[in-house]
Design a protein around this ligand. Structure first.
Ligand code: GH3
Ligand code: MG
Ligand code: MG
Length: 392
């Protein structure tokens, strides 16, 4: 294999990959991880061009090429981290350590210190291992499969780069003279394996994009766009699951129905936009009171449902009362002055052994209408099919 021909072919394919990932990052700007992938490929491509010119230009270009390799891997790490961790990196030490490493390598390179390649090679191997570890630890659905696949590619990259680091220490201790290695088949073929793994890595990056788009679609199909609460279908699925689980384990399950009082009047008086604002404020208030394990959905225009797994009638009643009071006391900011709403709430408890979520919904609905009947802005409880509604 001829070194120049290999580099030309590699540069052509990496240019195509960079364009592809770059355009996808541009079309999906909200997916920040793709930006890091694109940036990592751009830096990797520049590194490849500089490395291809090795022996024909100043040795400083080789130094920059080597540094860009580590930089590119670090950017890829940040991209992977975005997909699986979903939180910005708060620690500054990784970037600081990277900066110091690059500065140290440049100094040793220009001082012609032998074995200085280790300053980059060792962090490269460590970063591969850290990336793989992060993916295996944090890769939750829908990223589990692609995370494992990517971790395998990273571990293979780590193995080959370790081999190349050992080879460098044994035969090419002077990083400003590595063009001597161009005719060494061990050097060239291991480089080809790295290029092959880099191609796999780009496919993995596309895999992360596809998994993220799937996640977004699934979330949209479960969410109400106005309030951000679950939609009817999602709470029905949750109710089916939770009733089966509660009946199996003999645990409590409560359902709450909420309906805004005289909402049509608010719309008529202040306009539809004001009504929308009130629904959004209501959703925020309810969500601030619920736990993450509870389910909250918008089931109709101004109607909402809540599932409280594990809550008994007293606990559910307290939560319903807190919701009712918080909404009644809330001044909802609006251009023409604060808006006020109240809600009527119906509450029911799963009745073993053969209750169903449809029957629960009917009971919670009946309890809610009972609350309306008795003057609105109150909580009504209908505990089991034979019990009359009690109002508090
Ligand atoms: P009640 O106290 O008996 O529940 O009276 P209500 O006026 O709240 O009930 P009604 O069913 O008569 O009216 C519901 C209103 O909710 C009618 C409809 O215009 C309004 N509505 C439904 N969906 C939306 C929405 O997404 N945005 C806004 N602004 N209004 C909505
Ligand atoms: Mg209604
Ligand atoms: Mg209403």
């Amino acid at each position: 294999m001829h070194y120049g021909t290999f580099f030309f072919a590699n540069i052509v394919s990496v240019t195509a990959f960079t364009l592809c990932i770059g355009l996808l990052a541009l079309w999906n700007r909200r997916i920040i991880g793709m930006r890091w992938f694109a940036a990592s490929l751009v830096v990797g491509l520049i590194k490849l061009v500089l490395q291809g010119l090795e022996g024909h230009t100043s040795t400083a270009f080789s130094m920059v090429a080597n540094e860009f390799y580590l930089l590119s891997l670090f950017m890829q790490y940040l991209g992977l981290r975005w997909f699986v961790v979903r939180q910005p990196m708060r620690d500054y030490w990784p970037s600081t350590a990277l900066g110091l490493t690059l500065a140290l390598y440049a100094t040793l390179f220009f001082a012609h210190v032998p074995y200085s390649g280790n300053v980059l090679n060792i962090p490269f191997v460590i970063l591969c291992a850290l990336s793989a570890h992060l993916l295996l630890r944090e890769g939750q659905p829908p990223f589990t499969v692609i995370s494992r696949l990517t971790a395998a590619v990273l571990l293979a990259t780590m193995a080959v780069s370790t081999y190349r680091a050992v080879l460098t220490n044994l035969c090419y201790q002077r990083p400003w003279e590595t063009f001597h290695a161009h005719n060494d088949p061990r050097w060239l073929y291991s480089l080809a394996v790295m290029a092959f793994l880099a191609t796999f890595m780009v496919l993995c990056q596309l895999g992360f994009l596809v998994a993220e788009l799937q996640r977004e679609l699934a979330e949209q199909a479960r969410t109400d766009s106005l309030t951000g609460a679950l939609n009817r279908r999602a709470i029905e699925d949750a109710a089916l699951r939770e009733t089966a689980r509660s009946l199996r384990h003999g645990s409590n399950l409560c359902m709450i129905m909420i309906d805004v009082d005289n909402f049509k009047m608010l719309n008529d008086k202040h306009g539809h936009i004001a009504g929308d604002r009130a629904l959004q404020a209501l959703a925020l208030t309810v969500q601030s009171i619920l736990r993450v394990s509870d389910f909250f959905a918008r089931t109709g225009g101004e109607e909402f449902a809540i599932l409280l797994p594990g809550a008994d009638a007293d606990a559910a009643f307290n939560i319903a009362e807190r919701i009712r009071t918080a909404i009644a006391l809330h001044d909802i900011p609006y251009e023409t002055g604060p808006l006020h709403i109240t809600v009527s709430i119906g509450l029911t408890l799963l009745a073993a052994p053969d209750d169903t979520w449809e029957a629960m919904m009917r009971r919670a609905d009946a309890a809610m209408y009972e609350a309306k009947h008795r003057g609105r802005n109150q909580v009504s409880t209908l505990l089991c099919p034979d019990t009359a509604a009690t109002v508090a």
